[in-house]
Design a protein around this ligand. Structure first.
Ligand SMILES: C[S@@+](CC[C@H](N)C(=O)[O-])C[C@H]1O[C@@H](n2cnc3c(N)ncnc32)[C@H](O)[C@@H]1O
Length: 257
């Protein structure tokens, strides 16, 4: 397993390549997303050359929201609503989505983007993935896309995910992962460390935040290690699938009872 990626017993964790107190990380993460909120969606398209759309499409294909029956979905770290909108577009009339994020600036952009398009089928909730302000066993499925590596205590977020899911509910996580193809890894490193912060400076006026994003990807646990964390949180039938040579991965788990 790579170093870091989650909290250690001395009360510290990673903030990119820095080691910070657990209590400090969330405030620093909040600064990052407050700073980039207005340019977040544009930057996603530019940084990934639109690939994030294909990755999110794969997430929705695995989720398969039903057409005919009620389906209550929770998208945590949902930010500007990108995943939520896709769940609602793919699901039937009785699909409802709660978008939860700790950062009001990101949710505000999401709510403006949604406008009246989904009516009461979408709700935006401010809250922390580690302490969800939501009842037990309320959701059919839970997604978190490019969110969990920003959460200081990943184990708490996973146990909260399990708590709010109904028995039979599904957990899906889309997150950056490890590129393990010999040539692609070099190209990806050069692109990440040299191009992305410059792009962040030019488009979002903030190189530092994008440097954090790149560094935090390198500190996130490997696919196998993260699958172990999901299992330890009590999920069953845990699987993972690498996409685009391992640039991202989707982890899946089920709450059985
Ligand atoms: C990279 S964005 C991902 C947004 C969206 N899911 C997407 O795929 O476009 C990460 C999001 O995680 C949120 N976040 C960070 N820490 C969080 C926490 N502890 N609880 C809930 N959301 C958090 C940030 O505010 C930010 O909106």
């Amino acid at each position: 397993m790579k170093a870091g990626g989650h909290a250690s017993e001395d009360g510290t964790t990673d903030f990119g390549f820095e080691r910070v107190a657990l209590a400090e990380k969330q405030a620093r993460v909040d600064d990052v997303f407050r700073s980039v909120a207005k340019r977040y969606d544009l930057m996603n398209d530019l940084m990934s050359a639109g690939l994030h759309r294909a990755w999110k499409a794969q997430l929705i294909a695995m989720l398969r929201p039903p057409q005919g029956r009620p389906f209550h979905h929770l998208d945590v770290a949902g930010g500007t609503g990108d995943v939520a909108f896709r769940v609602l577009d793919a699901g039937g009339e009785r699909t409802r989505v709660t978008v939860l994020d700790v950062n009001e600036a990101m949710l505000r952009v999401g709510s403006e983007r949604a406008g009246q398009r989904f009516g009461e089928r979408i709700a935006f909730v401010t809250g922390n993935a580690e302490t969800l302000p939501l009842p037990d066993a309320a959701f059919d499925a839970y997604t978190i896309a490019f969110g969990i590596r920003n959460v200081p205590r990943i184990d708490l977020a996973l146990s909260e995910a399990r708590r709010v899911l109904k028995p039979g509910g599904r957990f899906l996580c889309l997150e950056f992962s490890n590129v393990d193809l010999p040539v692609l890894d070099k190209i990806y490193d050069a692109y990440s460390f040299h191009v992305i912060p410059r792009l962040g400076a030019r488009v979002a006026g903030d190189a530092e935040s994008y440097r954090y994003l790149v560094e935090s990807i390198r500190k996130f646990p490997t696919r196998g290690a993260f699958a172990g964390m999901i299992e330890r949180a009590g999920f069953r039938h845990v699987t993972h699938r690498a996409l685009s040579g391992g640039i991202v991965a989707i982890h899946s788990g089920w709450k059985i009872s």
